[in-house]
Design a protein around this ligand. Structure first.
Ligand SMILES: [Zn+2]
Ligand SMILES: [Zn+2]
Length: 241
């Protein structure tokens, strides 16, 4: 929190520069951290897509489903990953999640909206936008939930209600990035529950997160939502690895 205040203060004192190329003067509001050129360098995911997890497939690979989704169908109905998880995107996400550069959300949301428009995503089918929750202890430590920072403006732009607390993280889990593929599924199994005061039964929801890698976290959250009677459960992430 203090660090984000300091960043905010620096932005008032100095004319904000692009944190990536340091040269282009930025006059955009709200401050997105990146100049328009560096925002465009966040590479949109490109087809052919696996119809289930949204991952780019090699042309030679038979669509519509990737090997992972055929071998182990995820609990969510489908996922959309807006951008490829290149080293550039990985670096930006690190700044966003661990260096308090929350203003990057404006750049990320811009790219997610570019993706939604470019591939004509059917957003109308959803009743609500739902952020992937963090464990309360993790959120206290970080000061914010990065998925909520993305979900808020997206819900506004999509014209959908934001259901902040319908899915809750019921226990702390080890960081997924520290684990192998199989361990990731075990790590998050049963880690989510549905807030009983929310009416998720019969609702079609779009879960927002920053990154989809194995899809284990999304699948676990989707499993909780489906068990509580949710209809379509889909996922939209900034990046897909
Ligand atoms: Zn730049
Ligand atoms: Zn797939």
């Amino acid at each position: 929190m203090l660090r984000s205040l300091l960043h905010g203060f620096q932005d008032l004192v100095y004319p904000p520069l692009c944190i990536q190329c340091r040269s282009s003067p930025l006059d955009d509001r709200p401050f997105a951290g990146l100049c328009p050129d560096c925002i465009r360098r966040i590479p949109l995911n490109n087809p052919p897509f696996c119809v289930t997890c949204g991952r780019h497939q090699d042309e030679t690979y038979p669509p519509p489903r990737c090997r992972h989704c055929r071998e182990q169908p995820p609990a969510f109905d489908f996922a959309w990953g807006a951008c490829r998880f290149t080293p550039y995107v990985r670096g930006l996400l690190h700044q966003f999640k661990f260096r308090q550069r929350t203003y990057l959300r404006h750049a990320f949301v811009a790219r997610m909206l570019d993706y939604a428009a470019h591939y004509n995503l059917d957003i109308d089918q959803f009743d609500a936008v739902v952020p992937m929750p963090l464990a309360p202890a993790r959120q206290r430590e970080r000061g914010y939930n990065q998925a909520l920072l993305l979900a808020e403006p997206l819900a506004r732009r999509f014209g959908k209600p934001l259901w902040r607390k319908v899915i809750v993280k019921s226990r702390m889990t080890a960081p997924q990035s520290s684990l192998g593929r199989k361990e990731r599924f075990t790590n998050v199994r049963g880690a989510f529950r549905i807030n009983p005061s929310e009416r998720i039964s019969g609702a079609n929801i779009l879960i927002i997160d920053d990154l989809l890698t194995t899809g284990a976290t999304a699948a676990s959250a989707a499993h909780a939502a489906k068990s509580a009677g949710a209809g379509t459960v889909a996922v939209l992430t900034l990046a897909i690895a």
